[in-house]
Ligand binder design. Structure first.
Ligand code: SAH
Length: 342
């Protein structure tokens, strides 16, 4: 099987060029060919030699993902895409500022968050950098659009696939390639503390979101197994580090679960965690999943919670709901690999 050309960062392709008797700048030509001119085969890259075309044809392929299913609603589309041996999902959303795409990083997920559909399937494997990037490229090509924002909040825990995530980010932001602005990309993690520090040390401008969902350890441990490994104070310490290194604002995601984490005490606790820090809270209405043990908090209760945060000087928004009708809303994605088997 040939390797996907989309798996390679530009520095990696440069090294391959040099190791095989080609020139470093050939990597730029190949990047411009596949990402800017969007050629369908290496022979269509006009400014490279026959030898290089042969080398590329012998070793690599330009292959987009197959779209198995597309579910469309007014402002949100959900796609089931096939990757080697399995399927993944991604969601395209239309906003007044442009199109954003929510992409996956793993097939299944090992984090086991109680409220999340994706966590019900154990991780089957990590996606490669190319498979992460190809979700964006495949949908742009299918819909003949240019995506303006990428949120890495689909199936999987991005920081549990750190090396591939970092390469995917490098490919997405490569000026000679896709050239998406780092500030247009957001990575969401359930809070793998050492990786938050590693991410800070990359010094990118990519946005970081943390799935917090609880204001104290007792509650968080009931909802998110990862919090048994990393307590909230360790998490906060890594976030302080991230903010001090990058000077970038961090988003806290907080799903509103009725009678679980939506009390006034929780709001006050959350406010004190965020007070004085460069943190922005995103309150997320809960979306029901297949075996829902949770209920969604009413609008009034969410507003009350929101008001407590505002009164305490915290920056907060209530997340706009999209894609509910097609099960494309937050936490509702599910790698439907079973379909492969039937
Ligand atoms: N593993 C990463 C990214 C995937 S989840 C993470 O944990 O951040 C993306 C966001 O959707 C997270 O904030 C997640 O907690 C939230 N989410 C999961 N299930 C949900 C549900 N049923 N309703 C609303 N949001 C949900």
């Amino acid at each position: 099987m040939k390797n996907s050309i989309f798996d390679l960062t530009k520095p990696e392709l440069e090294a391959i060029m040099l190791n095989n008797g080609f020139k470093k700048f050939n990597a730029t030509q190949v990047f411009e060919g596949i990402y800017k001119k969007k050629v369908e085969c290496f022979d269509d890259i006009v400014n490279i030699s026959k030898d290089l075309k042969k080398f590329l044809n012998d070793n690599y392929e330009i292959r987009y993902l197959d779209v198995i299913e597309a579910l469309k609603s007014e402002d949100t589309n959900k796609y089931l895409l096939s990757v080697r041996g399995s399927t993944i999902e991604c969601v395209l959303m239309s906003h007044d500022y442009g199109k954003s795409i929510c992409i996956s990083t793993q097939i299944g997920c090992n984090m086991g968050c109680k409220f999340c559909e994706s966590g019900k399937l154990k991780k089957i494997r990590d996606l490669t950098p190319g498979e992460i990037v190809l979700q964006v490229l495949t949908i742009e090509r299918l819909e003949n659009i240019r995506v303006s924002n990428v949120v890495i909040m689909g199936i999987g825990e991005p920081f549990d696939n750190f090396a591939n995530l970092v390469n995917a980010l490098a490919i997405l932001t490569e000026p000679k390639g896709i050239d998406l602005g780092s500030r247009k990309i957001t990575v969401s993690t359930c809070g793998i503390v050492p990786k938050i520090k590693d991410f800070a040390n990359l010094h990118t401008q990519v946005n970081l979101a943390i799935s917090l969902h609880a204001s104290n350890d007792d509650l968080r441990q009931k909802l998110m197994p990862i919090s048994k490994a990393y307590k909230i104070n360790e998490l906060m310490e890594s976030i302080d580090y991230y903010i001090s290194v990058t000077n970038r604002r961090v988003t806290f995601e907080y799903i509103m679960l009725l009678d679980i984490n939506d009390s006034e005490e929780c709001a006050k606790e959350l406010a004190s965690l965020c007070k004085g820090k460069l943190i922005y809270v995103n309150l997320i209405p809960y979306n029901s999943t297949s075996d829902s043990q949770f209920k969604r908090t009413s609008k009034e209760r969410i507003t009350n919670f929101y008001n407590i945060l505002v009164k305490n000087g915290i920056n907060v928004v209530i997340r706009k709901e999209m894609g509910k009708g097609i099960k494309g809303a937050c936490g509702q994605l599910k790698a439907s690999y079973e379909r492969e088997v039937k």
